[in-house]
Ligand binder design. Structure first.
Ligand code: SF4
Ligand code: SF4
Ligand code: SF4
Length: 316
């Protein structure tokens, strides 16, 4: 019996997530565009996610890391708002190599805040020499999702919307997905051992509603919708920011030719991805599996041939 290993490769590397999920007539692929330039760090998204999905609290600890008490994505943190403090002037603009401040990005000024009238500034619009970057992180719902590739029980599956969902009642807690995810998103919960992550509110999508986090975001930093439309909108926003003197604005995860085939949840960042704790060049960790399987099959074939030759030689 001949095995077609190329079929395995195309299964693992499909460019069309809904088709890969086995849906003959899928809905348009949906996703998130998170524009971090207008995030105010209110954490309404984190709270809405917890409320809607009945997620247990994740420690309630004071980390001492700015206002970031949830630290990172995890089994009980499906949205995480990162607070990054940088010793970099606000409002200095491109000429000084700095970032435009919140007012320049269309954000409201806060009394005493970085965007406030510059009572004691140095002429750059900055009074602190600091800036805050805030970014609401989430599962990327990758086009090539390694978590889904390695799941042995089918607990992880591709939905008709092109998103990636884990079913807690099918998960056996093996943890393969945890080590496979190139972003460190999915995690097993310590008390029950099963893997958990953002479902892009699969239940709400099925009812024609937008995800809870996007619904709760007061600044539209989290935008939900048709993925192709979001990519066009995001590119226009980057160009708008460049024209406004924010040359460091860039998209992350929006390129269908990147190492994961593009993310279903992508971001507009104001600095390098590493600053936000994101891998600069993520690659689907199952990328080399077809080659590895082919090499293993060839090695097994060569071994069997050698054994057969030895056996037949002895009989003569
Ligand atoms: S980010 Fe990780 S958990 Fe989310 S779909 Fe991609 S591989 Fe899976
Ligand atoms: S889409 Fe739903 S599950 Fe995912 S982070 Fe937002 S609220 Fe949570
Ligand atoms: S993404 Fe929206 S809801 Fe979440 S912290 Fe930022 S502004 Fe608030």
């Amino acid at each position: 019996m001949a095995f077609d290993l190329s079929a395995l490769g195309s299964f693992l590397r499909s460019d069309d997530p809904p088709e890969a999920g086995g849906y003959p007539d899928p809905a348009p692929r949906v996703g998130f565009f998170t524009d971090t330039s207008v995030c105010i760090g209110c954490k309404a998204c984190e709270v809405a996610c917890k409320e809607w999905n009945a997620i247990p609290e994740d420690g309630l600890t004071f980390t001492g890391m700015s206002y970031d008490n949830s630290e990172h994505l995890g089994a009980s943190t499906w949205r995480h708002v990162a607070f990054i403090e940088q010793q970099r002037p606000m409002g200095a603009g491109a000429a000084a190599g700095g970032s435009a401040g919140p007012v320049d990005l269309g954000m409201p000024a806060m009394p005493g805040g970085a965007g406030a009238p510059a009572a004691a500034d140095d002429g750059s619009g900055d009074r602190t020499g600091m800036r805050w970057l805030m970014a609401s992180d989430v599962c990327k719902h990758c086009t090539h999702a390694a978590c889904l590739d390695v799941c042995p029980t089918g607990a992880l599956f591709r939905t008709e919307f092109g998103t990636v969902v884990v079913q807690e009642d099918v998960c056996n807690g093996c943890g393969y997905c945890v080590s496979a995810c190139p972003y460190g998103v999915i995690e097993t919960r310590k008390d029950d051992g099963r893997a958990w992550k953002c479902t892009m509110c699969y239940d709400r999508l099925g009812a024609g509603q937008e995800p809870a986090c996007a619904k709760a975001c007061p600044t539209d930093s989290i935008q939900f919708g048709d993925l192709d439309e979001l990519r066009v909108r995001a590119q226009a926003r980057v160009e708008q920011l460049h024209e406004a003197g924010v040359p460091e604005a860039r998209l992350y995860g929006a390129d269908p030719d990147d190492g994961v085939g593009g993310d279903g949840a992508f971001f507009l960042l104001l600095d390098e991805p590493e600053v936000y704790g994101l891998p600069p060049d993520p690659v689907v960790t199952t990328r080399d599996l077809p080659v590895m399987w082919r090499n293993a099959a060839l090695a097994a074939g060569a071994l069997l041939t050698g054994l057969a030759a030895t056996f037949l030689g002895r009989k003569r």
